[in-house]
Design a protein around this ligand. Structure first.
Ligand code: ATP
Ligand code: MG
Length: 277
């Protein structure tokens, strides 16, 4: 489905992504891990052309998407929807309009300018919000929602684009463990029910292990690990994070240790919900 061929990005003398090659040949949930600065965001942003690649190819169904221009490029950007750590909603707009903004790429400029959405758009947006369990918030301003709710609005907006794949850059990094679980469950459910590729940059090892079918590890711009969660042993994690023998997996865990803070309850290990959203 999607093939990466020696994809490289340099910023001046710094190589952020260095000849990365791998294939995703069926719909799956892929987690990308690695320490800060490893090149995770740059890799994701090259896929949907937010960052231009320096060299290499990304082939989707045998077409090099790095060469697309104009309308074809915008079409591709709609096909791979991004979800960001900071949600990127319009705070003063209501929730349902924020979701419908996912459709703007699909309308002509005139329609976009006047911000006119059809009844169908409203219906589709409400269905997406319902699926994410927040349809009751549809008329509130985005800024009135909690972080976890805002991220679900952002995912609904991504669904509104009816994308081939969802690219999520640290989607739970700003959320508490409970909301992180809700958001990860939602992404997993979208992969399972809609059979879509979900690629997710994650800071935490346990989240990657619990939610992803495959984990890619990056270090200093290089792809240094590509395997199943089972293959992601402590030694493999050490190699990815460039840590020594004292590497402690707990340092990359999302679970709150109840013993350390009397006022906080432990969310326990974050695992996918048995019954999806
Ligand atoms: N716009 C830019 N201009 C210059 N250098 C950049 C730019 N964006 C990223 N870099 C550099 O590229 C490297 C990879 O950055 P990137 O943001 O992809 O890492 P990351 O793995 O996503 O890190 P984090 O976990 O902190 O989000 C870093 O050295 C970073 O400083
Ligand atoms: Mg990043």
């Amino acid at each position: 489905m999607i093939q990466f061929r020696e994809v490289t990005k340099t910023f001046g003398s710094r190589t952020a992504v260095n000849k990365v090659s791998f294939d995703i040949d069926k719909p799956m949930m892929v987690g990308i891990i690695g320490r800060s600065g490893a090149g995770k965001s740059t890799l994701l942003r090259m896929i949907n052309r937010l960052t231009p690649a320096t060299s290499g190819q990304i082939l989707f169904e045998d077409r090099n998407i790095l060469g697309l221009k104009g309308g074809m490029m915008r079409r591709w950007q709609r096909d791979c929807a991004m979800v960001f750590q900071q949600f990127n909603l319009v705070p003063r707009l209501d929730v349902v309009t924020n979701v419908m903004l996912g459709r703007l790429n699909g309308h002509g400029t005139f329609k976009s300018l006047f911000n006119i959405f059809g009844e169908d758009d409203v219906r589709t947006a409400l269905t997406a919000l319902d699926r994410l369990g927040i349809v009751q918030e549809a008329t509130k301003r985005a800024e009135e929602l909690s972080g976890g709710q805002q991220q679900r609005v952002a995912i609904a907006r991504a669904l509104m684009q009816d994308p081939h794949m969802i690219l999520a850059d640290e989607p739970i990094a700003s959320l508490d463990p409970m909301n992180a679980k809700i958001v990860m469950d939602a992404l997993r459910e979208i992969h399972e029910r809609d059979n879509k590729i979900v690629v997710c940059n994650l800071h935490t090892l346990d989240t990657a292990r619990n939610y992803c079918d495959r984990v890619i590890g990056m270090r200093d711009g290089f792809l240094v690990f590509d395997g199943t969660p089972d293959e992601l042993t402590t030694d493999a994690a050490r190699e990815i994070y460039g840590a020594n023998e004292s590497f402690n997996e707990a340092a990359t865990s999302t679970a709150i240790d109840a013993g350390q803070s009397g006022s906080q309850e432990s969310a326990g290990a974050m695992t996918p919900a048995a019954a999806a959203v």
